[in-house]
Each structure stands twice: as structure tokens, then as C-alpha cells.
Design a protein around this ligand. Sequence first.
Ligand SMILES: C[S@@+](CC[C@H](N)C(=O)[O-])C[C@H]1O[C@@H](n2cnc3c(N)ncnc32)[C@H](O)[C@@H]1O
Length: 278
Amino acid sequence: MEQKKIYQMDRMSLPDFKLFQKMIYTEAGINLTEKKITLLSNRIRKRLKVLELGSYYKYYQYLKRAEDKEKEIVKMINTITTNVTHFFRNPKQFDLFKNKVLPDIIKNNHKRKSIKILSAGCSTGEEPYSIAIILLEYFKEELTNWYLEIQGVDISTDVINRANTGIYKKEKIKDIDYKILNKYFIEPDDNTYQINNKVKSIINFKRFNLKSDNYSSSYDIIFCRNVVIYFDSATKEEIYRKFYQALRSKGYFLVGHSEGMLNNNKFHYICPGIYIKN
Ligand SMILES: C[S@@+](CC[C@H](N)C(=O)[O-])C[C@H]1O[C@@H](n2cnc3c(N)ncnc32)[C@H](O)[C@@H]1O
């Protein structure tokens, strides 16, 4: 099909939308409502153009049959997820993380001398890097000789690749304190800042699907902020159950602003956005 025709294509029909909706839910737990039909059509049209496919249904069939099906499904999911994030997002919660959560965990773990943190749905890395900077900036002395590990995971390979580079345009870091910038970033050129190796050394990133992959365990703290907005309550409940299992006893769970818990989970409420496993 000619490129021009692909550009002119209307949004997909409702029956086609329902096929994609079911596939996206099964693969990623992401619950797209019918309001997203135009958005999904616009985003998928870009893939049609690249693959030179003439209809949405052909793309659906391609997804079902493609040899590298997994990779193409990841590409489709990359196009529909919202990756908005920034450094020290929700500063009040980061203050509590610094003044309440970390001192508590450090006290509890003084024999083990290790802290393991998960940033679930970490997008381009600003959240796990902010966590690492707080650890290094405020707890350096106390944590000498401790084993520190922060894992950043996300379903989108695009954002994980970007997170790994640790490179950010200057406008993305404009609110960061000058002292912090100087200490934890380098300036490779006039337009960007890059996270330095010291911060990078305590973080690892990987592509991970919260809905279907096997969770690791023994986390002291889990951040999962502004991610469950994609999920219906059954998926959210299942994911929160897995987080509960993955946390150590007395481990903390931090959720996004206004993302409440479900009724039947076992977490104990500490303050808005912060829960503990008793
Ligand atoms: C809006 S960002 C939130 C980033 C960061 N946590 C914050 O609060 O600033 C949501 C991220 O969740 C990721 N996500 C959505 N569904 C996911 C899934 N099933 N497994 C892992 N990550 C997922 C998206 O790719 C996106 O990068």
C-alpha cells in the first residue's frame, strides 16, 4: 500500500479495536477503554507505515503470526504507554522516604547491611535515579560497606534503553538543585546532563512485564507509582498481591499520589501513598 493511503486511513473499526483491546489486556494487563480508539489507531498507524501493511486487521494478524511476535507486541505496547515522569516527582513523598522510610529500613537491616529497592514501571529512569541520589546524598556515612541495589523495571524496551544511558535534556533537570547536579551528573555537551557512574553503579534496569513475569523477592522497599492507572482492579489486585509477597516483612510499599489500595490487601497504611508489610 502507498504511504499516502496509510496516512489517510481512518481510525479502526470497533470490532478491530476489540481484538487489539483483548490482546493488549492479555499481554500487558493494560485496560484500554473505547475512548482510546483514536489514540490507538493513530499510534498503530505508525507501525503500519513501517511494516507497509494495508489495514489494522492485517497488523493484528501479523502480531498473531510474526516469528518475532514477542518483539512486535513490545513495540505496539511501547506506542500506547504513557511514560511521563520526572526527577523527585512528588517531593513530599520523597521527603517521607528520606525522613521515615529509609531511617527505619537502615535500623532494621543494620545486621544484614543491605538494602534492595524496586522501582516498578520506572519509565526513563528518573524515579530510580532520584532514589539512588537520596541514598548517596543523605546516608553515605551510615551506609559505608552496605550492599545497595536498586532495580528499575518497565514493560517498554524503549524507555529501559533510555534509562540505561542516564542522559537527559537540560530542560528535564532544570528543577534539580545545583549542588546535586554537580555531584551526581556529568555534562557531556551543552544540551544534556548524564548521571555519573557512582549513581549508575547501584542501579540495574531491565524490561519486565508486571502482569506476567516472575517477580524476584526480598525487597525492602517497592515503588510503584503512576503505573496501575493502566490496569483494571483484578490485575491491580494481583500485582499488589505479588508485591506483598516480594517484600520482606516490615518492607515499605510506595504508591502514586491518589492511588489507593484495594480493600482486601494486607498492607498497613502509614500515611498517604505509603504502606508497610507487617
Ligand atoms: C507514567 S509512567 C510512571 C513512571 C514513574 N513510576 C513515575 O511515577 O514517575 C508509567 C510506566 O508504567 C509502565 N508500564 C505500564 N504497564 C506495565 C506493565 N504491565 N509492566 C511494567 N511496566 C508497565 C509504562 O511503560 C510507563 O513507563
